[in-house]
Design a protein around this ligand. Structure first.
Ligand SMILES: Nc1ncnc2c1ncn2[C@@H]1O[C@H](COP(=O)(O)OP(=O)(O)OP(=O)(O)O)[C@@H](O)[C@H]1O
Length: 260
């Protein structure tokens, strides 16, 4: 069984601590919702888990899931799909082409293997609900997020909410057991928020893990919460945040993050 454990994890920008230490474990089938005010460090934590920022200190341990080449995953980033504030989709090419890129980029060998089991998965207990073991085609994924038939439209033509829904479809075309989601429901209407909750529920039911930062209820009833309070925090009673980060160093931040 997959299990993700954060041990005294402190996250930050450049060499400057922003939040933590975090001590928490998330098992397969569980969701962790990260909350906190603007600037608390939610995105910093998620980007660190996604491998886009180095931890200041502490460790991220992963047990269980295999990487796309079938080998045991060494890093969380190898088995995670990170969806940030930005959509990660190019405006000039079609939605379908964007999704096909993500399927190739993140799906790897497991995508081909899972393709063979797609028909079986659809006959399983979660018929119609995408699972970590059943990546969808771009057209299928778009239908699952309520955008059927839009795969040939340039991404830039979509409305703000449609763009968010299309970017959520990324999660369904690649085989990744851990979803790391930053404000996943921003710009979504009520029906789309409910559809998103169903997608996550299907992912968890198939043994996936979801970690989401949000300012809004996500409709994930059984989710655990990690609340980050700037300066001094709490996280379900299982961890705490370090007080007072020193001033940020712009040069170190630029070096750490590059164009991202
Ligand atoms: N690229 C960056 N360069 C410099 N500082 C940054 C950068 N991104 C974030 N920070 C700083 O890191 C701290 C945490 O920011 P972060 O984006 O993680 O907060 P957040 O909790 O996700 O906020 P929000 O709710 O506004 O999205 C803030 O003080 C912010 O100013």
């Amino acid at each position: 069984m997959a299990r993700l454990t954060l041990d005294a994890l402190v996250v930050g920008r450049g060499s400057t601590a922003v939040a933590g230490p975090f001590d928490i474990a998330v098992a397969a089938g569980e969701a962790l919702v990260v909350t906190g005010p603007n600037g608390a460090g939610k995105s910093t934590l998620l980007r660190t888990l996604a491998g886009l920022l180095p931890p200041i200190s502490g460790t991220i341990r992963l047990e269980g899931p295999a990487a796309s080449d079938g080998e045991a995953a060494e890093r969380l980033a190898d088995v995670a799909h990170y969806l940030g504030h930005r959509h990660g989709m190019k405006s000039q090419i079609t939605v379908g082409e964007n999704l096909a890129f993500w399927a190739r980029y993140l799906g790897g060998a497991a995508a081909a293997q899972s393709e063979r089991s797609r028909q079986d998965a659809r006959r399983g207990p979660h018929v119609g609900v995408p699972t970590v073991s059943a990546p969808l085609s771009p057209a299928e994924a778009l239908a699952a997020v309520g955008l059927p038939g839009l795969d040939a439209i340039p991404f830039g033509y979509l409305s703000a909410g449609q763009q968010r829904r299309a970017s959520l479809a990324r999660l369904l075309v690649a085989h990744r057991p851990v979803w790391i989601l930053d404000e996943p429901t921003s710009a979504l209407d009520i029906a789309s928020q409910a559809r998103f909750a169903d997608l996550v529920a299907g992912h968890l039911a198939a043994g996936g893990i979801a970690i989401a930062a949000t300012h809004h209820p996500l409709g994930l009833e059984a989710a655990r919460t990690l609340h980050i309070t700037p300066g001094a925090g709490r996280d379900d009673g299982r961890g705490s945040n370090a007080p007072g980060a020193p001033a940020l160093d712009d040069a170190a931040l630029a070096e750490a993050e590059g164009w991202l």
